[in-house]
Design a protein around this ligand. Structure first.
Ligand code: ADP
Ligand code: MG
Length: 264
């Protein structure tokens, strides 16, 4: 899809989400009056205490779950149902065990009716970018957790979405594998100039990977702060995370999160 100039790739406009909950007085306000937008090619992280509505926000972005109030737009178009302009990546890789890695990456294109030769070419190019060229005909169970998440990233990119939504994609990985994956993701997002919204609990991960960090309050989740990350090298998270300024950002984020947790 050709990006429209001057239009936010993803925009939340005064979004509130309430869930019915018979135990807590009938209703839970999960997200309240959230407004933000993400420009073309921007990578934004969302952090906040557990249960503050991060996943709920992402689900609304994907069109899986409607907002109670407000609107979500992708490329200026109202999101009302899941659509191919938004791709999702989760902690679980959701690779189909009976398909090879290449066939998994091709799945979205197959659903879109792309010709076999074109599907294959796209999948192989992305798998090369994700350093999986030697494993294209392997099955998911033959790969490590980190490799599987790299395959999931290739699959997410294969449909060339306008926006990538990622909900703690690396939280199940060990610390070193996670750093390698951050590097792969940072490079790949920069190479492909993709727009992404990334949820994480890991403050350094948010700093290393993003242009901007949105900090949410305890439930009902509101955006309490927006912090531009002014450290060079977003395409190289491994170097960026060693920048002396990282500590300053970590402290600021910790202060914001602790204040919110203490108030809860
Ligand atoms: P986070 O991802 O920040 O940890 P969630 O978005 O998963 O938080 O949840 C936010 C709040 O909304 C929580 O209190 C959760 O219990 C509630 N919630 C999420 N999904 C549902 C649902 N389908 N039905 C009822 N309550 C829900
Ligand atoms: Mg969540």
């Amino acid at each position: 899809m050709i990006a429209k100039p001057d239009t936010a790739r993803l925009e939340f406009r005064q979004v509130t989400k309430r869930f019915a909950n018979p135990r807590q007085g009938g209703v839970v306000v999960a997200v309240e009056d959230v407004t933000f937008s993400i420009a073309d090619g921007e990578v934004v992280s969302l952090i906040g205490p557990s249960g503050c509505g991060k996943s709920t926000l992402l689900n609304m972005g994907s069109g899986l779950d409607p907002a109670t109030e407000g609107q979500v737009f992708v490329d200026g178009e109202l999101v009302i149902r899941p659509n191919r302009h938004v791709a999702f990546m989760l902690q679980k890789d959701l690779l189909l065990p009976w398909r090879t890695i290449r066939e998994n990456v091709e799945l979205g294109l197959e659903i879109q009716g792309t010709a076999a030769a074109q599907r294959r070419e796209t999948a192989l190019a992305l798998l090369a970018k994700c350093r999986l060229s030697d494993f294209v005909e392997h099955y998911p169970h033959q790969l490590s957790g980190g490799m599987r998440q790299r395959a999931a990233l290739a699959r997410t990119l294969a449909v060339d979405p306008v926006v990538l939504l990622m909900d703690e994609p690396f939280s199940a990985l060990d610390a070193q594998t996670k750093m390698v994956l951050q590097q792969d993701l940072g490079r790949t997002l920069a190479d492909t100039r993709k727009t992404a919204l990334f949820i994480t609990h890991d403050l350094v991960e948010a700093i290393a990977l993003s242009d901007r960090i949105l900090v949410m309050s305890h439930r009902p989740g509101r955006i309490i702060e927006e912090i531009p990350v002014e450290i060079p090298g977003r395409d190289n998270p491994m170097t960026r995370r060693q920048d002396p300024k990282v500590g300053v950002y970590v402290k600021r984020l910790m202060d914001l999160l602790h204040v919110e947790q203490a108030a809860a």
